[in-house]
Design a protein around this ligand. Structure first.
Ligand SMILES: Cc1cc2nc3c(=O)[nH]c(=O)nc-3n(C[C@H](O)[C@H](O)[C@H](O)COP(=O)(O)O)c2cc1C
Length: 332
């Protein structure tokens, strides 16, 4: 047993368990964060927002930082490359209700890195350190940094960057065990995460390819990380947090949710999305969530096709209610 399953302190914030939901653009909006918290994520991370968008009052960016009562503790992630703008954005995030401000140094997307933001900061360590120091000075909540292992196979800068982040006052670090060059290909390099864990004394979250209890245990044992961040494994699958928790506690394998539970959560998630984003956006965004929720279930491909054609909330709900009886006969 790894012994990882205990409360974890990130500066002034104490997490009940070390299991957290990764920030994911297009996934971790308010409705899903509330669901993930209720299903056992000890910390949820909002989608990354542009520091410039936040500072220059972009309404869409501000809307992305709306917070619900049920989701604290909540981490808000900002990306940018200018220390002053990042500091002001962090202060804005704090005033929106962030319990933790996270700095994105891992985003691999071309549009982001060509501006020197996201993973590009792994190639400019002095600037990265300045950004962390400026953000730490600007807020009273803990500041964390999320990074990859490096830019490419030839530049494993995560240990050096982690040390600089710690020196600049970061309260914790997350390492996704891939380089920027890899995007999402290959597998997470746990040895590199372990090297970062050894190089700093602040908590390090291991991230990458955790999809169940066993992969979580492997992450904990092979890296010595203090916490585990789960991304894609939690898409349409908030149950993963309790499953991982039970496995890490005593290797209990919690059975997957029944068709009825899945469909009930889809309907609840849908209502919350409609209330938060309106009918047009809610219906469209729910298509991706619904396909994740039903992945691997009997006739899920046919269900997806029907869902994608649904033009009204009532039609969508009808399809999901019908699906329960189909799933119940054929799965579980
Ligand atoms: C759809 C999607 C959106 C993402 N958006 C963000 C983001 O906004 N900020 C960030 O730091 N990482 C983002 N990531 C990366 C994840 O947080 C995580 O580091 C990565 O998916 C590896 O973890 P996993 O194997 O558990 O998914 C995103 C990943 C996905 C799949």
């Amino acid at each position: 047993m790894s012994g990882i399953l205990k409360p974890l302190r990130i500066g002034t914030v104490t997490l009940e368990t070390p299991l957290v939901l990764a920030p994911m653009a297009g996934v971790c909006d308010l409705p899903y964060r509330v669901i993930a918290r209720r299903h056992g994520a000890a910390l949820v991370c909002a989608e990354m927002v542009s520091a410039k968008g936040l500072v220059y009052g972009n309404k869409h960016t501000r809307d992305m930082l709306t917070v619900a009562d049920g989701e604290h503790p909540l981490s808000m992630q900002i990306f940018g490359a200018e220390p002053d703008i990042m500091a002001r954005a962090a202060a804005a995030a704090e005033s929106c209700g962030a319990d933790i401000v996270d700095i994105n140094m891992g985003c691999p997307v071309r549009k982001v890195v060509t501006n020197g933001e996201g993973a590009a900061l792994m190639r400019d360590l002095p600037l990265a350190e300045k950004i962390v120091a400026a953000v730490v000075r600007a807020v009273s909540v803990p500041v964390t940094v999320k990074m990859r292992t490096g830019w490419d196979a030839a530049s494993f800068t995560a240990t050096e960057l982690a040390k600089r982040c710690e020196r600049a006052g970061a309260a914790a670090i997350t390492v996704h065990g891939r380089t920027r060059d890899q995007f999402y290909s290959g597998t997470a390099d746990l040895a590199k995460i372990a090297a970062v864990v050894r190089s700093v004394s602040i908590p390090v979250f291991g991230n990458g390819d955790v999809t169940d209890g066993r992969s979580a245990e492997r992450m904990a044992e092979q890296t010595g990380c203090a916490g585990i961040m789960i991304g894609r494994g939690a898409q349409g699958n908030p149950w993963i947090f309790r499953q991982v928790e039970a496995y890490l506690r005593d290797r209990t394998v919690v059975p997957p949710p029944t068709a009825k539970e899945r469909c009930a959560l889809i309907l609840e998630h849908f209502d919350s999305l409609l209330a938060f984003k309106g009918e047009y956006v809610g219906l469209r965004e729910m298509r991706s969530h619904a396909s994740w929720y039903t992945k691997g279930m009997y006739a899920s491909a046919a269900l997806r096709q029907r869902i994608n054609k649904a033009v009204s909330p009532d039609e969508f709900r009808g399809i999901i209610r019908e699906a329960v009886s189909v799933f119940e006969k054929r799965v579980d």
